[in-house]
Write a protein that binds this ligand. Sequence first.
Ligand code: ADP
Ligand code: MG
Length: 627
Amino acid sequence: MSECIVTSIRLLPPTLVNRIAAGEVIERPASVVKELVENSIDAAARRIEISVRNGGRNLVSVIDDGKGMTDDELAIAIQRHATSKLNDENLMHISHLGFRGEALPSIGSVSRMTITSRHQGAQDAWSLYIEGGDVHDVAPASWPQGTKIEIKDLFFATPARLKFLKTERTELQHIVETVNRLAMSYPEISFSLRADDKHIFSYNAVSKEHEKDTLLHRLSAILGREFKDNALYVDHQKEAMRVHGFVGLPTYNRGTSLAQYLFVNGRPVRDRLLLGAIRGAYQDFLARDRHPVVALFIDVPPDEVDVNVHPTKAEVRFLNDQYVRGLLVRGIKNAIYSAGHQASTTVASSALSAFNPPSPSPPPGQASGSHVYSQGAPAHHSAYEPASLYAPLPPASQHDSLIKDPPMAPAARMEVDASTMTAPSTGTDTVIEDYPLGAARCQLHETYIVAQTRDAIVLVDQHAAHERLVYEQMKQHVKEQSVACQRLLIPEVVDLNPAAVECLTQRASELASFGLVLEALGEQAVIVREVPALFGDANIVQLIKDLADDLEELGESISLSEKVEHILGTMACHGSVRAGRKLNIAEMNALLRDMESTPHSGQCNHGRPTYVKLDLVDVEKLFGRRE
Ligand code: ADP
Ligand code: MG
């Protein structure tokens, strides 16, 4: 019996081994493109031309002007574990994109592949054909320079895999994505893609004086001009690690996280830790279902990252992942901070395109003008009181019954620094017009402030703007540890599942430092004794449930301070905004000046803009005053 088992063990034939490897490395035509283009990049190519047919199923061809291969190299290249890229046998120092030496033999085992190459400076070119793993002899060929690899009938030898391919369109989409990612990382190389003889794109090699400009040029070729206009430069270094690249303004956001391009040491990756860090950095500015657009390059010393986690090398593992996470979050936050009150340009263009040309004869009544609260109208409020717009107190009876020691009203804590409230009088409009958000002229619908600068009209959503100002102040209190607590007269018991109770109680001391004092009450509830006074009369049960959900979902990967910011933001947005209030010109101007001096005030906490700036030039076009 045992004899039988021993004799049944045998070494698998090389073709089968290669096909098994192909199962891991070559999932679809885009994987072939990725492996071949990476090889061209490793071969120091300056120009890479890709063409495919039928979504890559019938043909993938990659031509480069790299250093090429000699006939001997060609013969070895298609052998398993043959690589020219790991010379010191040290897996901790990986400087090329390839190193496993398995792409060519794997692809050759499941397709019909022809490699034609001429080594740098050599007189002759050579070619090699391999079909379903069956390698033919190297033969002389005619080829000017570099390497051309043609893959026909991918997966003909593994019909099971063939069946899993999606439509040609989808496969082509994956190919486009793959080349785009690599092209972002190598702006100094030209890339072109053709599909079924149609031109898809070509990106010319870029070489500008500054790395930043080179990168932005390539990114705008790939992601569009709009990205360029709304991108913030990130460059942050900490010891031997660096993150640089561009991130979109929060108001320039998307419905999915697909437009988040991340690179580690030049290699495109999709890594959960890094995606989580992006979410963390933006969560203060974006709703959960909105995602920023980013292209970020992380450089870490090769011995601090393991790229050999997965055959496709799309995942990486860092020696110190919290450090890397921190680097990314800080880099992005600095960039967003530097944007000040800036909101994205797309906001204005979508606003402009929403205007319809007026009909030739206005409907009756329109000419009489609407009643706006403007300069001429009497002021109902002499001083700008941002907080009072925001933090309505609940009916006194309800409020008092909850709180033993009534704290200072939330409104009082949220006041925006009085020193910034020196609202200039309307007589100095010409000077105020030089401010980025200009001079306030009137208020419409008790909601929108209309202001003018020298060359633009500014519309401000006063609610959204206020919300942000108050929120920034709340955060400041948390940062300065000047959070005031309010002790609940009747402690709130919140029923939860045991895992949620565990999550919250584990973080109890951290939560206490933010003014939230709670403890477990049995296995399925927590009892809340104190809440931050800033939370006003917020729904505590809902807050605790949301907090528990967030902590459970995000686990350890996110620091609580970021989380609490998120909670504060949600409160400011949902909890505290009251219906419109009339503002006089001085109040409006004070609000505009506050916005200019408050970081992140270009968007509300959910990534919606707080203002729109319409260039006069564009408005003039709207009325046909300008071409
Ligand atoms: P790896 O890239 O991991 O080394 P591959 O199977 O992809 O393994 O390639 C094997 C070898 O073939 C490479 O190490 C390289 O020496 C050579 N090679 C592949 N493609 C090219 C190319 N386009 N130009 C020059 N050499 C190439
Ligand atoms: Mg390779």
